[in-house]
Design a protein around this ligand. Sequence first.
Ligand SMILES: NC(=O)c1ccc[n+]([C@@H]2O[C@H](COP(=O)([O-])OP(=O)(O)OC[C@H]3O[C@@H](n4cnc5c(N)ncnc54)[C@H](OP(=O)(O)O)[C@@H]3O)[C@@H](O)[C@H]2O)c1
Length: 298
Amino acid sequence: MSTTNSSKAQDGQAAAGAPAARPRRSDGAMNPRVHDWHGRRVWVIGASTGIGAETARLLLARGARVALSARRAEPLQAIADGSDDVGRGKPGNEQPAGQALVLPLDITSHSQVLAARDALVAAWQGVDLVMIVAGIYNEMRADSFDMQSVNQVLDVNLRGAFHCVDAALPMLRQQPGSGLAIVSSVAGYSGLPRALVYGPTKAALINLAESLYCDLHAQGNAVYLINPGFVETPATAGNDFEMPALISAAEAAQHIVKGIERGEFHIHFPKRFTNWLRLARLLPYRSYFWLIRKVTGL
Ligand SMILES: NC(=O)c1ccc[n+]([C@@H]2O[C@H](COP(=O)([O-])OP(=O)(O)OC[C@H]3O[C@@H](n4cnc5c(N)ncnc54)[C@H](OP(=O)(O)O)[C@@H]3O)[C@@H](O)[C@H]2O)c1
């Protein structure tokens, strides 16, 4: 990690090569706060559309250097160039040369993820934050159980996330103060109808982020668990039910970036919806299932 940036020192980040020390936070935050994104190197995996794309755009606007990954190179390049803003009705916002790096990959391929990581290290000598946003959503109930879809969702949401963790860990180990963010979902809090495979993959990611926090916080790395409620993106465009407390992807990106800036571990939003679900999961099962049935009708 570059140590010349004074804002990093201000945020409590250790110098590269310094022995890892358990960070003591007097400000109550679970991770170091971020006061300035300028020059920070962020790798957003799953940046071509939706939440990842908006987060990447916001970070670029805040001055971060952003490496953009997903399978489709074209939308990544448009975000890197700032040229997609024109099509979205915003003034074109060309990024300064070198601020963005396009690294297309398929997270289901371990070798592609490692190759992208190596290209990133070669270009920028390291990274300050890895964000695993990529994921796919499918609706499945017991009466439509389909093993092919199960494998597809497991491959992307779970095996793919582990590929990214494997790629990130050596960089994090070398750079105390750097961090890893995992986008899971409120669907991972407890069992829900329609989420027979998506829900378990997201529950696993919540557990993964918690376990990583136990291990990495002690060595001076930040870990963030991000649990969005319903967000308007291509992934939810096909939902044929009313999505409570639906927010835009741009709003989701604001919540994510603000949560990281505040040094939160559990970044969940919108609170009017996520707090309700967090409370529901504390109920005894009988009451929980009664409530979910009453609310969803399923
Ligand atoms: N939208 C919601 O309501 C909601 C709620 C909670 C959690 N989430 C989570 O938020 C994350 C982003 O979802 P979104 O709603 O923004 O959906 P989205 O617009 O469909 O974005 C998904 C992103 O993942 C990438 N991706 C998918 N498969 C990939 C693969 N095999 N390799 C590399 N990249 C891949 C996609 O890019 P390519 O297709 O170009 O590869 C895209 O950039 C997901 O993890 C999702 O589960 C979403």
